[in-house]
Design a protein around this ligand. Structure first.
Ligand code: ADP
Length: 503
C-alpha cells in the first residue's frame, strides 16, 4: 500500500517535462520578473523608510526650530509678535517655546510636550545655565538633552536676542523621537500601500504575461497545423510589432511552401508525363524493329533514330533532375578558374551549326577576344547551353538569337554576358517566377521541350559564382537573359600594363 502511494505522488517524465516547459514559458517568465520587480520596490521602500526615517525626522525638527526662532525674533523687532502667534507656531510644529526678557522673566510661553518638556519643568538654576549658554553663543545653540521625565531624546535651542547685551532670551525644546502612534500610523499606511501594490502588481503581471503569450500561442498552434500539411493556415500575430512581423514571415513562408508544393506536384505530373512518352515511344519503336522493320534497313535506321532521340530526351531530363539536386545540396563541386569567354562561347556555339543549318536558326555571336572571367568552365557551359536552348525553344518564328559578352561601360571591370531572342517574350507577372524550381509557363506545359528545371539550374550556378543575373523581356518582342561577372585581367595584358607603367 505504502509503495503504491509513493508511486502515485512521483510525477511521470511527461508531467515533468510539462512542468519544465511551463516554467520556461513567456507567461511564467514575464510574471516572475514582474513579481521580482514589485517585491524589490517594496523592499527598497521599507528599507529606506526604516533606515532614514529617524534622520529625516531630526533634520525636519532642526528646520522647524530654525524657522520658529527667525519668526519670533523678527516679530519681536517688528512689534508684530503676539502670544497667539507664538502658540500657533509652537503647536503646529510640536515645539515648546519660552520667551524671557533680559532679566529672565518669562513673557510668552507655549507648552506642547508637558512632562517631556525640558524648559517648562526646568529649575531656575537650569534656566540660568541655559541663558548663560545663549549669551556665550552668537547665533543660538542647539543641544540634545534627555533629562526629562520620560527620558525621551529632545533637542534644545537657546538664543540670546540682541547679542552680547541681550534684550531677551528664546528657549525652544522639541522631542527628537516621533510619537509611537505617528510611527505606527505611518507603518500602517505603508502596509496598506504595499498590499495594494502587491495585489495590483500581481494582477497586472498576470494580465500582461497572458497578453504577451497569447499571440505566440496562437502562432504556435497555426505552425503545428502547417507542419501537419495544412497549407491554408493563416498566421495572426495581432497585437505587437514583433509578433505581427513573425506572423507575416510565417505567412510568407507558408505561401512559398504552398507554391513549391504546387510546383512539385506539377513537376511530378510533368516528369511522369515526360518520362512516360519517350519510354512508350522507345518500347513501340523497338517492338516495331523486332516485328516489322528489322529487315528493312531504311525503316530500321529511321526507327532507331527515333529511339536514340527519345533516349536522349530521357537522359536530359534525368540529368537535369540530378544536376539540380546536386547543386541544391552542394555536392556538385565547384572549381573556378580563369575562363576565356571568346573561346568558351564560340566553342559552344559551334555545336549549334547543325541546328542552324537544318532548322534555319541564325546565331549572332558577339564576344570580343581577350575577355576573361573567373568561373567553373563546366558549369558556365551549362548556363550558356540552358539559356541558348531556351532561346531556341521560345524564339518562335523569328529564329534570330544573339549571344553577347561585353564589358559594361557603366560598371567598369564588369562583363555582361547575355542571350537574346526575338521570340514570344515573357508576361510581366511571370518574370518573378521563371527562375523558380519546376516553373513552366501554362502554355508550355504540354510541350515536349524542357523540364522546367533549366532556369533553376542557371540560377543555382550563378548564385554559386556570386554573379548578378536577371531577365529583360517584353511580350511579342523577345527576351534577354543576362548575368554579370567580374572581369579577370589577362596576364599578358597585365604584364604589358606593368611594363608600360615601369618605363
Ligand atoms: P523549360 O525546361 O520549361 O524551358 P526553364 O526553367 O528553362 O524550363 O524555363 C522556365 C520557363 O520560363 C519556361 O517554361 C518558359 O515558360 C519560360 N522561358 C524560359 N526562357 C524563355 C525565353 N527565352 N522566352 C520565353 N519564355 C522563356
Amino acid at each position: 500500500m505504502k509503495g503504491s502511494k509513493k508511486k502515485e505522488e512521483k510525477p511521470t517524465p511527461h508531467e515533468d517535462s510539462r512542468i519544465k516547459q511551463a516554467l520556461r514559458s513567456v507567461r511564467f517568465t514575464v510574471w516572475i520578473y514582474f513579481a521580482i520587480f514589485i517585491i524589490s520596490i517594496l523592499i527598497i521602500m521599507w528599507v529606506t523608510f526604516t533606515a532614514t526615517f529617524q534622520a529625516n525626522y531630526r533634520s525636519r525638527k532642526n528646520a522647524d526650530i530654525s524657522y520658529a526662532s527667525q519668526y519670533i525674533v523678527t516679530g519681536l523687532y517688528d512689534g508684530t509678535l503676539t502670544p497667539k502667534s507664538i502658540y500657533e507656531i509652537g503647536s503646529t510644529r510640536n515645539l515648546c517655546i519660552i520667551l524671557q526678557d533680559r532679566y529672565g522673566l518669562t513673557r510668552f510661553s507655549c507648552d506642547v510636550m508637558s512632562e517631556n518638556c525640558l524648559i517648562h519643568g526646568a529649575s531656575d538654576e537650569q534656566l540660568q545655565n541655559y541663558r548663560r549658554m545663549a549669551r556665550e553663543s552668537k547665533d543660538g545653540i542647539y543641544t540634545e538633552e534627555t533629562g526629562n521625565a520620560l527620558k525621551v531624546n529632545t533637542m534644545l535651542y537657546v538664543q540670546a536676542i540682541g547679542g552680547k547685551e541681550p534684550i531677551g532670551y528664546l528657549l525652544i525644546n522639541t522631542t527628537l523621537e516621533p510619537f509611537e502612534s505617528t510611527v505606527e500610523l505611518l507603518r500602517h499606511q505603508m502596509l496598506q500601500i504595499s498590499i495594494c501594490m502587491l495585489v495590483l502588481g500581481f494582477g497586472i503581471s498576470v494580465f500582461l504575461s497572458s497578453l504577451l503569450s497569447t499571440p505566440i500561442t496562437r502562432i504556435t498552434k497555426s505552425a503545428s497545423r502547417l507542419a501537419k500539411g495544412d497549407f491554408n493556415v493563416e498566421f495572426n500575430g495581432n497585437g505587437y510589432t514583433e509578433t505581427e512581423q513573425l506572423a507575416e514571415t510565417l505567412n510568407y513562408a507558408s505561401s512559398e511552401i504552398t507554391k513549391i508544393d504546387t510546383m512539385r506536384r506539377d513537376l511530378m505530373a510533368n516528369i511522369s508525363h515526360d518520362l512516360r512518352t519517350p519510354l512508350t515511344m522507345v518500347k513501340a519503336y523497338a517492338e516495331m524493329i523486332r516485328d516489322l522493320s528489322g529487315d528493312d534497313p531504311v525503316k530500321r535506321e529511321e526507327h532507331l533514330e527515333i529511339i536514340i532521340e527519345e533516349s536522349d530526351r530521357l537522359s536530359a531530363l534525368v540529368n537535369d533532375i540530378l544536376d539540380l539536386t546536386k547543386l541544391e545540396n552542394g555536392s556538385s563541386g565547384f572549381s573556378p578558374e580563369k575562363v576565356d569567354l571568346h573561346d568558351r562561347i564560340y566553342g559552344i556555339m559551334n555545336r549549334y551549326t547543325l541546328i542552324s543549318e537544318k532548322d534555319g536558326y541564325n546565331f549572332y555571336v558577339n564576344v570580343p577576344e581577350g575577355l576573361y572571367i573567373k568561373a567553373d568552365p563546366i558549369k558556365l557551359d551549362q548556363v550558356i547551353y540552358n539559356l541558348v536552348n531556351n532561346a531556341v525553344n521560345y524564339s518562335g518564328d523569328s529564329r534570330d538569337i544573339y549571344i553577347c559578352a561585353v564589358p559594361k561601360t557603366e560598371h567598369p571591370g564588369k562583363i555582361e554576358v547575355s542571350v537574346t531572342d526575338t521570340g514570344e517574350g515573357i508576361p510581366k507577372e511571370q518574370l518573378g517566377v521563371i527562375f523558380d524550381r519546376y516553373y513552366r509557363a501554362e502554355k508550355h506545359k504540354r510541350d515536349k521541350i524542357g523540364t522546367g528545371l533549366g532556369l533553376s539550374i542557371v540560377k543555382q550556378v550563378l548564385i554559386m559564382h556570386g554573379f548578378q543575373f536577371g531577365v529583360r523581356s517584353e511580350e511579342g518582342v523577345g527576351s534577354t537573359f543576362w548575368f554579370t561577372a567580374e572581369e579577370e585581367k589577362d596576364e599578358g595584358t597585365a604584364d604589358q600594363d606593368q611594363r608600360h607603367e615601369d618605363t
